[in-house]
Ligand binder design. Structure first.
Ligand code: PEP
Ligand code: MG
Length: 325
């Protein structure tokens, strides 16, 4: 099977009738980088920068951060890379940092909330990224944005840092794209405003599903209780795709749902044309997409949105193509 996927590596990622679907990969550490070339990924759609911080015995120095980001950009070559700023707090604990006791860490002082309150850390990260991307393109996105004003504040911090670097004579990235993760439900009701400001958005389906169903993603008693492709979730995914298409802003899904064959199919059926998935699933997803027509996928997903159980079963059948290759 691996050999078959390898043979597909340089084949276009598209449906049987030729609709392109960009398959990018998620990463976070040096060990992930060879997979960009190995899988033929269209880029790195989510680089989880917190992983470097989580495996380190102490806060990674500026130089260490910059070295990693440089290596990532080198490995990706001409392909795009989306760096996500530090997403710590909640279940992602940095052993060397003092933590506060929180009753509901997933709803607590984490990700961009922490970044905005401790801008020093965010700024040092932006500085390391900007230096690594000097003369190149830098794509940066913020995790756990819950309201548009948080995006504005985070953007201000980035711009301040760039101004600072410019003042000191550093070469800046040639082009800068800023985006927000859509993973907190409140943002679903501010999509239009958000989309008028960002360069792109990416759905974090792990958190979005957790918060939509109020079911802890790490608690097996409840995590699998609700269908990630249930009617309400499908409608949410469609709402976001429609809004992004209308605003003419790129949208991807980078949560684990996109890595699953049924999830990827459903998302394509809802209008998504770019997914960021685990490197190990790229081959299987590509093989699967190449076996279905867009019309088939769309029709099935449209019926699923109306609650059709046979359509849900049909999608599962279509997804089996990913296993049988
Ligand atoms: C997500 O929430 O879906 C996501 C991509 O981010 P993480 O899993 O790192 O929270
Ligand atoms: Mg998340």
């Amino acid at each position: 099977r691996q050999a078959q996927y390898l043979a597909l590596r340089d084949e276009p990622s598209e449906t049987r009738d030729g609709t392109p679907v960009k398959l990018m990969m998620n990463g976070g550490l040096l060990v992930d980088l060879p997979y960009v070339a190995e899988t033929g990924a269209a880029g790195i759609g989510l680089f989880r920068t917190e992983l470097q911080f989580m495996v380190a015995p102490s806060l990674p120095r500026a130089g260490e951060q910059e070295a990693l980001y440089s290596a990532v950009l080198d490995a990706a070559g001409d392909k795009p890379v989306v760096f996500r700023t530090l997403d710590v707090g909640g279940d992602k604990v940095l052993p060397y940092m003092r933590t506060i006791d929180e009753e509901n860490p997933a709803l607590g002082w984490r990700a961009i909330r922490f970044g905005l309150d401790r801008p020093g850390l965010l700024r040092s990260q932006v500085r390391a990224m900007a230096r690594a991307a000097a003369g190149r393109e830098l794509r940066l996105m913020f995790p756990m944005i819950s309201a548009v004003h948080e995006y504005d504040d985070a953007k201000d911090i980035v711009e301040k840092e760039l101004t600072h670097l410019r003042k000191w004579g550093h070469q800046l990235p040639e082009r800068m794209l800023l985006g927000a993760m859509v993973e907190v439900p409140s943002l679903l009701f501010e999509l239009e405003e958000l989309l008028s400001k960002v360069d792109f958005i990416s759905i974090g389906s792990n958190d979005l599903i957790q918060f939509m169903y109020a079911a802890d993603r790490g608690n097996s008693r409840v995590a699998d209780r609700f269908d990630p492709l249930g009617t309400s979730m499908l409608r949410v995914f469609k709402t976001v795709a429609d809004a992004a298409i209308k605003a003419d802003k790129p949208v991807t899904v980078c949560g684990e749902l996109a890595s699953r064959p049924t999830g990827a199919l459903a998302l394509v059926g809802l209008g998504y044309r770019a997914l960021s998935v685990s490197s190990s699933s790229i081959g299987a997803l590509k093989a699967m997409l190449r076996q279905s027509t867009l019309a088939e996928i769309e029709e099935t997903v449209a019926a699923m949105m109306e609650g059709s159980k046979p359509a849900r079963a049909r999608l599962a059948e279509m997804a089996k193509a990913a296993d049988q290759n």
